[in-house]
Design a protein around this ligand. Sequence first.
Ligand code: ADP
Ligand code: MG
Length: 345
Amino acid sequence: MNQNSITGPHNESWAIEAHGLVKTFGENRAVDGVNLKVGTGTIYGVLGPNGAGKTTTIRMLATLLRPDAGSASIFGHDVVKEPQIVRQLIGVTGQYASVDESLSATENLVIFSRLLGLGRAEARHKAAELLEEFGLTEAAKRPLKHFSGGMRRRLDLAASLIAQPPLIFLDEPTTGLDPRTRNQMWDTIRRLVKSGSTVLLTTQYLEEADQLADRIAVIDHGRVVAEGTVDELKASVGNSSLQLRVQNPQDVEMARRMVEQVLKVQSNILAEAEKITAPMGNVHQVTDLLIALREAGIPLAEMSVQKPTLDEVFLTITGHGVQEDAALTPNESNKVEGQKHEYFN
Ligand SMILES: Nc1ncnc2c1ncn2[C@@H]1O[C@H](COP(=O)(O)OP(=O)(O)O)[C@@H](O)[C@H]1O
Ligand SMILES: [Mg+2]
């Protein structure tokens, strides 16, 4: 089969190519030389804590902010030299956030559909379909000013989907959403990609990247500190991860020393649960460890060997974990959201 029939012309096999993107705010290099390559038809996750530079990166890729250095192209079109073309190829959630607060959800969606060239009946149909999909049917007639934050976010994504652009930027699409709505959002994102779109999503949730993304860039302080498939990133931390809990708290230190001796690695203690974790190259070593612990008379409460989590990956790569509080509160610095945009050029 002709490869081009799938991927289109050569320069379109990459939905996004960015080289050395930089954005400085005063003294702060918010984005400090970011390189990205996002394959067409994939979900790409940009994972990083609050303030890492995710939103600023998206704003440059979406022609909302001019890079100070570096270059980026969307399906082969330069974001600085061809912004008009780029804007026709992308959707950014948040872009449509505040339309007309006094109009209903349906009316807002119909207006967007009409602006995008859909006929009257088609626009009505599309609006109803999207409201249904995002669980907003009951609220369809309510004016936007009575919408909760979660409802706004869903309407926002719905609006950006009217055109089904080839590339969709989702900036922390599920931050602050309840678990049920988050799962709905995940399903929608998967469906979008099945129907041909490419998605770049940012997230602070390791699990979200793990669930959705084909490839992930881990970003910290404006730099990509790791890139690869979820499995590749996990493999960089060791093939498997040992988790062990002793019955008697006074045995923790002794057990830890034995883990390090037998596995010949550094271990960690997760304080609250007094759980010892350690990377393991070879699962067979667990036998030696169990024998050593029994001979030392240390009874175990729990033991498991599993694939490393992305949390452990992040810890290993950056030397610090994802700040817990940052991961739990909505991201205040989501500049794409709810803001009137000034396009450059
Ligand atoms: N318009 C702006 N003016 C000044 N500083 C900004 C602006 N936008 C972002 N920053 C700063 O740039 C850094 C990266 O922010 P951001 O890209 O929003 O990170 P993230 O989206 O990963 O949370 C932060 O230190 C933030 O305070
Ligand atoms: Mg952000």
